[in-house]
Design a protein around this ligand. Structure first.
Ligand code: PXP
Length: 241
């Protein structure tokens, strides 16, 4: 079955709006876990706009499922990852002004420095994923520097309209084929929702999706348990085809 990582950053966004204790990120993670999520994903940003260091520490302690830490490959955050040892890190580009992660990481343009980050994580026993656009050059570069997986950025697909939707889906399919040929574990994420997930979930060889905003947004109306389960049902149906 295609596995689900639930990104709980936006539970922390709501908490940070008042700098208090509620809503509690750990409770949210546990509800996702009990609902059947295979992984909890958090992005420890350099600006700490949502997830805080203490959240990552506590999650590592209490989670029964894997923790996937999204992060920029910068010394401050690398040091934290080496100390906390999440199951996976997913390297993402980070820009201080952005509302959310906007594009994929330019792995091809910074192979030497990223290879060092990958090696450092591997020495600590941490698997490394590269968050890249569905671009064959970026997938090749990820394999060359020793990444374990690529997470294909589905944001352009999610934002596409009309004929563009199939074009973006095609890019995802083509990049996926290359990732699998190169022996990378294939993941996808960003902008995925109950409404647009199915065609992505049908990509042959897809192992994992990471979904945040739509699950947390729907949780306000239908509850977090139900919001996780409706995504799991889509993944299960697609996995059985
Ligand atoms: N995967 C990565 C690498 C991301 O940066 C994000 C956003 O933090 C997501 C998945 C989840 O995206 P969304 O919140 O749009 O579902």
């Amino acid at each position: 079955m295609i596995e689900l990582g639930v990104n709980i950053d936006h539970v922390a966004t709501l908490r940070e709006a008042r700098k208090g204790k509620a809503p509690d990120v750990i409770t949210a993670a546990k509800i996702c876990e009990i609902a059947g999520a295979h992984q909890i994903t958090v992005h420890l940003r350099q600006d700490r706009r949502h997830i805080q260091d203490k959240d990552v520490e506590k999650l590592k302690e209490v989670l029964l499922v894997r923790m996937n830490l999204e992060m920029a490959g910068v010394p401050e955050i690398i040091k934290i990852a080496h100390r906390i040892i999440p199951y996976t890190v997913c390297l993402v580009p980070e820009n201080r002004q952005e509302i959310t992660t906007e594009g994929g990481l330019d792995v091809a343009g910074q192979k030497d420095s990223l290879k060092k980050v990958v090696e450092g994580m591997h020495e600590k026993g941490i698997k490394v994923s590269m968050f890249v656009d569905p671009d064959i050059e970026q997938v090749h570069a990820s394999a060359e520097i020793g990444a374990d997986s690529v997470e294909l950025h589905t944001g352009a697909y999610a934002n596409a309209e009309g004929e563009q939707i199939n074009k973006e889906l095609n890019r995802l399919y083509e990049a996926s084929k290359v990732a699998i040929q190169l022996g990378l574990s294939l993941h996808a994420g960003h902008g995925l929702t109950v409404r647009n997930l199915e065609p992505v979930a049908k990509i042959p060889g897809l192992k994992e999706v990471n979904i945040g905003h739509d699950i947390i947004a729907r949780a306000i109306f239908i509850g977090l348990d139900a919001a996780v389960k409706e995504i799991l049902a889509i993944l299960e149906k697609a996995s059985n085809k």
